[in-house]
Design a protein around this ligand. Structure first.
Ligand SMILES: Nc1nc2c(ncn2[C@@H]2O[C@H](COP(=O)(O)OP(=O)(O)OP(=O)(O)O)[C@@H](O)[C@H]2O)c(=O)[nH]1
Ligand SMILES: [Mg+2]
Length: 197
């Protein structure tokens, strides 16, 4: 199904990670933090595809410490989708060729329904692409832990866990939990690539 893009000249394997989740949950904030702390020689341009009303973000970067697969380095391309409900067509497009997904949930009580809906929407859109959320590398991030109306972690897990995926608490505006989340999804993607190589 997935044709991982291999660049034989640069000896790199390209991996696509998509940050999914409800509108204003903190997907873009995760990417901005990662971009900020990655040294210039290890990252490409951060590209923001924006229309008047809709934002999505893309950049690629090359972590050096994630190991090699049969002599190839792994280059990770990180994408965010627009979270608001009515941008479903964009989300489907961005999911094409995905290798791993981070669900950035909003911990605030009033955003619980939106987070639950986003997991369901992800599951549905993956199915349409021929992927299975039960099988694809997947990590859940509980973001905005700093806010007073954040729901207890155990309650969020009960509502949002899909398959026993790794869960990380985050305050992405402060960078807390952002790298832990990224490393966890990268690790899963590399394990899958090693299986198929
Ligand atoms: N207090 C707090 N605010 C946060 C946190 N993470 C993100 N925000 C804020 O929440 C707002 C939305 O964050 P974005 O990163 O733009 O959210 P998004 O998921 O990309 O939203 P869409 O692109 O609309 O789907 C911004 O004002 C962020 O500064 C957090 O952990 N704590
Ligand atoms: Mg965004």
């Amino acid at each position: 199904m997935k044709l991982t893009f291999i660049n034989y000249v640069a000896r790199e394997i390209n991996c696509k990670i998509v940050y999914y989740g409800p509108g204003l949950g903190g997907k873009t904030t995760n990417l901005q933090y990662i971009y900020q702390i990655t040294s210039p020689e290890n990252k490409g341009k951060m590209i923001s595809l924006a229309t008047e009303t809709e934002r999505t973000l893309f950049f690629d970067f090359l972590p050096l410490d994630l190991g090699k697969i049969q002599g190839f380095r792994a280059r990770f391309h990180l994408y965010t989708v627009p979270g608001q409900v009515f941008y479903d067509a964009s989300r489907k497009l961005i999911l094409k060729g995905v290798d791993g997904i981070v669900l950035v949930a909003d911990s605030q009580e009033e955003r619980l329904d939106a987070s639950i809906e986003s997991v369901a929407n992800l599951n549905q859109n993956l199915k349409e692409q021929g992927f299975d959320l039960n099988k694809i590398p997947y990590v859940l991030q509980l973001n905005k832990r700093d806010l007073p109306n954040a729901i207890p972690v155990e309650e969020l897990k009960r509502q949002l866990l899909f398959k026993g995926e790794p869960v990380f608490e985050a305050v992405s505006t402060q960078g807390t939990g952002v790298l832990e989340t990224l490393k966890a999804i990268a690790r899963q993607v590399l394990i899958e690539l090693r299986k198929s190589s």
